[in-house]
Design a protein around this ligand. Structure first.
Ligand code: HEC
Ligand code: HEC
Length: 386
């Protein structure tokens, strides 16, 4: 390090343009670009791609959250310019920096300037909130992930709305962050993006060498390792617990037998009890077919359908298909949600083999039997010969 400093000082005296000074350590650079990647993948899969990409989206988010955890520890034990105590400034210093900027006298900072520091905290805080609202949404709406065992649909739906607003807010922050870096780079005449790649800035008069070493790298890695292991273990453990509001019992055998003769046996949670009651009371004229059963079988099936109808289940399908179409109150495929969600699929896809009918949910949804309808389990099969 000493040799490095001397070499640079000699260079500084001879040629001011080639001497450099280390400002960002390896971790900060790796963290920065990995977070760029994670947030980009999450943004593309979240904003632009179909919901079938949900697993890629979730893993991009989890990656961002893990990076964030490492960054917080590095903010305590990392190298000089990485430490929060070094760069986070109070309102007075931020205001002073703005006043200096206005008068054109603001100093150049080797690490984050007070405004840049504010942006780092805003970015990290928003990514943290995005991870939390995302996990709560995944748990409440899709009954998946570590929070699935405890989160009701209503809470998940709410956190997902917050998640979407935060996602837009994050994009705005990223835009401002890039604009800030361009502005500061022009103001101080140096390429800040390049310095986040090489870790170095051009050495100028008055610059002091900052060591590229952390004070306690062993502690930081040890605690990171332990926390990560605890999170992974906790995540796996909690994800394996039964989801909130989704009682899983074996399907009623009579129902599975009798109601799967002409189409798949629809999960009871796809319609409200009222609609099942009406349907079971008029099996003699069931969508133009005679599906009548003995009174005993009808009663047994009706009781089971009532107990497991959408009114008493907390999944997304149970909620969205509860809003039936008044003109066709007994059909799932006529509900506003079903029609809207499947509107981009051409009619001929539903009639071609091996699908044949839009009521053949299991042809495209591999988890149709459990009525989870998780977006990653969707795949439209290729046409086959009849
Ligand atoms: C004889 C054949 C037959 C039997 C048996 C039968 N169904 Fe149906 N079911 C149909 C037909 C035909 C339709 C209309 C399908 C369509 O419109 O694409 C239908 C539609 C449905 C739908 C609406 C699906 C959608 O597309 O939204 C539900 C729910 C349903 N049946 C439940 C039942 C239940 C419960 C039983 C057992 C008591 C049963 N079905 C037994 C022939 C049958
Ligand atoms: C031809 C294939 C196909 C059939 C048949 C089909 N779906 Fe879908 N379904 C899809 C596709 C594709 C999507 C994703 C649409 C999108 O990109 O937003 C989807 C989305 C959904 C969703 C929303 C998932 C989510 O949370 O994002 C639900 C719920 C659903 N379908 C239920 C059903 C039910 C119930 C049936 C049967 C009555 C059915 N689908 C029949 C292809 C199908």
């Amino acid at each position: 390090m000493k040799q490095y400093a001397i070499r640079n000082t000699i260079r500084l005296m001879t040629d001011t343009h080639t001497a450099t000074i280390p400002v960002w350590d390896k971790f900060i650079r790796a963290f920065h670009w990995a977070l760029v990647l994670g947030v980009s993948v999450a943004a593309v899969t979240g904003f632009l791609l179909r919901p079938t990409w949900i697993n890629v989206h979730v893993w991009a988010g989890v990656t961002a959250a893990v990076l964030l955890l490492a960054r917080v520890l590095w903010g305590i034990w990392g190298s000089k310019n990485a430490r929060f105590s070094g760069f986070v400034k109070g309102p007075r210093e931020v205001m002073a920096h703005i006043t200096e900027l206005r008068s054109g006298k603001a100093a150049r900072h080797l690490g984050h300037n007070p405004l840049g520091a504010l942006m780092i905290i805003a970015l990290l805080g928003t990514v943290l909130l995005l991870s939390l609202t995302g996990l709560a949404g995944l748990g409440g709406v899709f009954k998946a992930g570590p929070l699935g065992f405890a989160t009701p649909y209503s809470l998940g739906g709410f956190t997902l709305s917050v998640h979407e607003i935060l996602a837009i807010f994050l994009l705005v922050l990223v835009g401002l962050h890039i604009a800030g870096a361009v502005f500061e780079g022009m103001r101080t005449k140096e390429n800040l993006v390049k310095s986040m790649v090489t870790g170095e800035k051009e050495m100028r008069k008055g610059d002091h060498d900052v060591p590229d070493v952390s004070s306690k790298p062993i502690w930081a890695s040890l605690i990171f390792g332990l926390l990560l292991a605890a999170l992974v273990w906790g995540g796996i453990f909690l994800s394996s617990k039964p989801p909130f509001g989704v009682p899983v019992g074996p399907p009623n055998a009579t129902y599975a037998d009798e109601c799967s003769a002409c189409h798949m046996a629809y999960a009871p949670s796809l319609l409200p009890a009222k609609n099942w009651g009406t349907m079971m009371a008029q099996l003699g004229d069931h969508f133009g077919e005679d599906a009548s059963l003995s009174q005993a079988d009808t009663d047994e099936i009706t009781t089971w359908l009532f107990e497991n109808a959408s009114d008493s289940i907390d999944t997304k399908p149970a909620h969205v298909f509860s809003r039936t179409n008044p003109a066709f109150p007994l059909a799932i495929t006529e509900t506003p949600f079903w029609k809207n969600t499947h509107r981009t699929i051409p009619d001929e896809v539903f009639t071609r083999p091996p699908i044949y009918d839009n009521g053949n949910c299991a042809a495209c949804h591999s988890d149709a039997d459990s009525a989870a309808f998780y977006p990653a389990n969707i795949s439209i099969p290729k046409e086959t010969s009849p």
